[in-house]
Design a protein around this ligand. Structure first.
Ligand SMILES: [Zn+2]
Length: 313
């Protein structure tokens, strides 16, 4: 082989290496979207519009998601019909309890919490895409070892799996602001809030991915917690585009939940939060904030950008 041919071969090898590196970087992170709570048209006149807007947005973005409805948020007939729309559109349906009570509350017993789980199961288990998976309200899995381990045993014995998240986000707080920015002069603020919201989701996703890489030594198939609400209905296309532009790839929740991460049983109390957060806490990661996500962290920067509703500005 002469010098020119050797040089060409070396260049080709470099090009292949660069391609592989780029591909692995482009598809470095993967996530699935899950939506909690649901909406009740009897209490929120625009519930059906937002629900359909979100389903249409998911379809247009070619996303398969999962909904975890709770009866306190869906109400009885009309809200449950909106959950059935998710199932008809091919999204899995899980359990978020009937009364959305906090298992970390000292006032709530394990038996009362289990009754809530059974009640929600009975309300939704006939839907064709039903999966016996439990999303704990507020991601709180118990304030004592008895409640935490008692619930883990109940789930095992009843063919259930927990449905933890790896990425938590406070999207509900952005939705509160979105709904309050409803004056004629608020249009620009809403647009700016959407931009801030998408940036916030990317920041939280990157944070939990970095925390996972430190704790698990790998990037897992992530599961993100969002809610069925107005800001997600209005912003789902931008969310999907922004994540894809940053190299994230979407998978279905069924695929993401197959990651062994979601079978972990962190030994933390109070139990819960993101499972990545809980495993990091167990491993002694320093400076973890608690709660891991809350409006208190988001309000100051949004206030500085003038994006709070007038009454709170
Ligand atoms: Zn909830």
């Amino acid at each position: 082989m002469n010098g020119v041919a050797r040089h060409a071969n070396a260049l080709r090898a470099l090009a292949v290496l660069a391609f592989c590196l780029c591909t692995s970087l482009v598809h470095a992170q993967t996530l699935a979207l899950t939506f909690d709570d649901g909406l009740d048209p009897d209490r929120q006149p625009q519930a059906a519009i937002w629900n359909q807007q979100l389903l249409d947005g998911l379809a247009a973005a070619r996303l398969t998601a999962m909904i975890f409805p709770t009866l306190t948020k869906t109400g009885s007939v009309a809200g449950r019909a909106l959950v059935a729309d998710w199932s008809r559109a091919g999204h899995d349906v899980g359990n978020h309890t009937s009364r959305h009570r906090n298992l970390a509350s000292k006032k709530l017993t394990l038996a009362e919490f289990i009754a809530d789980v059974v009640e929600a199961d009975q309300a939704f288990n006939a839907l064709p895409t039903w999966r016996p998976m439990l999303r704990f309200p507020y991601l709180k899995e118990g304030d004592t070892a008895e409640k935490r381990d008692g619930m883990r045993a109940w789930l095992r014995e009843h063919g259930y799996r927990p449905a933890p998240v790896s990425i938590d986000t406070s999207d509900w707080y952005f939705n509160d602001l979105w709904l309050a920015l409803d004056q004629p002069g608020d249009t620009d603020r809403r647009t700016a809030l959407q931009r801030a919201y998408v940036a916030h989701l990317l920041t939280r996703a990157d944070y939990y991915d970095q925390l996972a890489r430190r704790t698990l030594n790998r990037s897992p198939l992530h599961v993100m917690l969002l809610h069925v609400n107005a800001i997600n209905a209005a912003t789902i296309a931008q969310i999907a585009d922004a994540f894809r532009a940053r190299g994230w790839m979407f998978v279905s929740p069924a695929k993401a939940f197959a990651d062994p991460l979601y079978r972990a049983t962190p030994n933390t109390l109070p139990a819960g939060e993101s499972v990545v957060w809980a495993l990091a806490k167990e491993a002694g990661e320093p400076a973890l904030r608690y709660p891991a996500e809350d409006a208190i962290y988001e309000e100051p920067p949004l206030r500085a950008q003038g994006l709070l509703p007038e009454a709170a500005r």
